[in-house]
Design a protein around this ligand. Sequence first.
Ligand SMILES: C[S@@+](CC[C@H](N)C(=O)[O-])C[C@H]1O[C@@H](n2cnc3c(N)ncnc32)[C@H](O)[C@@H]1O
Length: 296
Amino acid sequence: MAFSAAAFWLVTIMYVWWLAAGDRSVPIFIGAFLFPVAAAFTTLAAVVMRRAAKKVLTENVYEDAIRARAYAALELPGTYHLAFRDLRALIEQHVTGKRGLDFGCGTGRSTRYIEGLGLTAVGVDVSEEMVAEARAASPSGDYRVIPDGDLSSLSGSEFDLVLSTFTFDNIATAPKKVLLLKQLRDMLGSDGRMINLVSSPEIYVNEWASFSTKDFPENKNARTGDLVRIVMLDVDDGRPVEDVVWEHEDYLKLYDDAGLEVIATERPLATGDEGVAWVSETEIAPWTIYILARKS
Ligand SMILES: C[S@@+](CC[C@H](N)C(=O)[O-])C[C@H]1O[C@@H](n2cnc3c(N)ncnc32)[C@H](O)[C@@H]1O
């Protein structure tokens, strides 16, 4: 609709231009009435559609025992494989030291991943349900429930790696994201790195081996800060996950505001040799991985 509005405005402007140049080949009725009316109508429709699409994220869908149980059964199938495939190499390349924090650890999948690379890891999350599953899977693990937006229980700690996988997809607003990024930045040791793995906006408007969005056409109109829905295909729980979409440029603004510098950005694609029936993964990157350091 926004495209049609732009097209009608363009034609209207061209008409006025032709008219000024003395060209009367388009009848006045069409040029001076129909084109501007169509332009105004489609602009209004685009604004109404945009408003209708604009819903905000108000709850964390992971504070739910059924979802937590389903998530706990998930390891790294399909599209998830691409999120974690390059992490080992990125951590080896960018992280020195062994002290890890997994922010938004969920059921412990990402925490166990970095422990498997030889780091010690504290996993923190706001969801008691998710943390209960993490503890059940790994009773000796260090998992902690934290208040939303408040990492003060960790103050004074220093980490060589702060990992966050998919957590920022569930943090609704820019002020809250910046507040948390600043707290995480303050816990980075002198050469510490944060790895923030998030969903790319494209994940919400395409089909994937592990996700479907076809029932949510309104996702196409969503912009940074808007609620989007997506269904996970690898779990029994078919209820859509509600996330907040965030565009790359807007992540860059957040990092800047939080005093973080982007060292590298990765967008993992499938090669096609993985033996998985990929849908969009060889063409479009479902995830974006940011390597961040404290700004000097
Ligand atoms: C999609 S899960 C990912 C879990 C895990 N990182 C993984 O990769 O399996 C996102 C997690 O972020 C947590 N989360 C959401 N908002 C949070 C916040 N403000 N602070 C800490 N954790 C949060 C959710 O409770 C949920 O467990």
